[in-house]
Design a protein around this ligand. Structure first.
Ligand SMILES: [Zn+2]
Length: 272
C-alpha cells in the first residue's frame, strides 16, 4: 500500500545521483513520492540545481519537483554579495516554491567566531528580505542556534512561514517555530528508537505541524543503514520509511499520518 508523499527536503541535484537519477526518481514515484523539493546550499550549485529541476520535469513517471534556492549557513565562507544577486535573479526567472536552505549553524567552532557568525546572520537576514519581496516561505537550517534564529525571524517580522528542516530543537523551541507559522521537518531520524528528544517533540506537537523529508543524500533512516548496499544510500525512495517511523512514534495509522503531512506540506509551501 503506497500513500501520496511529499519529500520536502532533498539534495537530489548533487553529483552522487548523476549516474542513476532517472531510475531513482521513477522508483520514488512508484513508492508514492508524488512531489519533492530541490534545495540550494551554494551558488556554485545553482545551475546544476536548476538543470536537475528542468530534467525532472521532462521525464515521465517521476515526482513533480520544485526549486528552493538559497545560501546555506554551513557554507558561509563561500558566499559573497554577488551570490545574493544571482539568487534574486533565479527567484525572478524560475518557478521557485521557497527560499532555502537558510538559517544559522554553529556546529563548527569557527562558525561561532563573531566575524563569521555575524556573516551568517547577515546572509540569513538578507535572504529573509528576498523571500518577503518574492512572497515565498523559507526552508530553515538550524544547528545549535535555535534562539538566535527565532530572534531574527521575530525582529524581521517574517510572516510567510515555511519549514524548520530536520528539526533538532526541544519542545519549547518547536512550539515557538510553530507559533511563527512553521512546520517541523521530520527525517529518517524518527526511525531511531534512541532519538528520545525527537520522539518527545513529535508526541508533544502532534501531527498538525509536521512534514516529511529524506534530506538525501544525508540522514539515512536507521532501517536502511544495514544489509544490502543500495539500502545504505539515502534517496527519495526511502521516504515511506520516514512515514512509517513517524506513524510508529505517534501510534497513529500510517494512512492518517500520510494524509495530514501531505496537507501540511502544501500549506507550508502555499501550494494547492
Ligand atoms: Zn539540506
Amino acid at each position: 500500500m503506497h500513500f501520496p508523499l511529499f519529500d520536502t527536503h532533498t539534495h537530489f541535484d548533487v553529483p552522487d545521483f548523476d549516474p542513476d537519477r532517472k531510475e531513482l526518481a521513477q522508483q520514488a514515484k512508484a513508492v508514492g513520492v508524488e512531489r519533492l523539493i530541490l534545495i540550494g546550499f551554494s551558488e556554485s550549485r545553482f545551475s546544476d540545481l536548476i538543470d536537475t529541476q528542468h530534467q525532472l520535469s521532462r521525464w515521465q513517471d517521476v515526482p513533480i519537483s520544485y526549486l528552493a534556492p538559497g545560501l546555506h549557513p554551513f557554507y558561509i565562507e563561500q558566499h559573497v554579495p554577488d551570490h545574493l544577486e544571482r539568487l534574486e535573479q533565479i527567484l525572478k526567472q524560475e518557478s521557485c516554491v521557497a527560499v532555502g536552505e537558510i538559517g544559522l549553524d554553529t556546529f563548527l567552532p569557527q562558525h561561532k567566531q563573531p566575524k563569521l557568525y555575524l556573516k551568517q546572520k547577515q546572509y540569513f537576514t538578507n535572504q529573509l528580505d528576498l523571500a518577503r519581496q518574492h512572497n515565498k516561505p523559507v526552508l530553515l537550517h538550524i544547528r545549535k542556534a535555535h534562539a538566535d534564529v527565532l530572534h531574527i525571524l521575530k525582529q524581521q517580522h517574517f510572516k510567510l512561514g515555511g519549514i524548520a528542516h530536520a528539526f533538532s530543537g526541544g519542545i519549547e523551541e518547536a512550539k515557538a517555530f510553530i507559533q511563527l507559522g512553521f512546520k517541523l521537518g521530520i527525517t529518517g531520524q524518527i526511525t531511531n528508537p534512541n532519538a528520545k528528544k525527537l520522539h518527545r517533540v513529535v508526541a508533544e506537537v502532534g501531527l498538525e505541524h509536521l512534514v516529511l523529508e529524506t534530506d538525501c543524500p544525508d540522514m539515512t533512516p536507521l532501517c536502511c543503514q544495514q544489509s544490502t548496499e543500495h539500502r545504505t544510500r539515502n534517496t527519495p525512495v526511502n521516504l515511506p520509511y520516514v512515514l512509517k517511523g513517524l506513524a510508529t512514534s505517534l501510534e497513529i495509522d500510517e494512512s492518517i499520518v500520510a494524509t495530514k503531512v501531505w496537507e501540511n506540506s502544501l500549506n507550508a509551501l502555499q501550494l494547492t
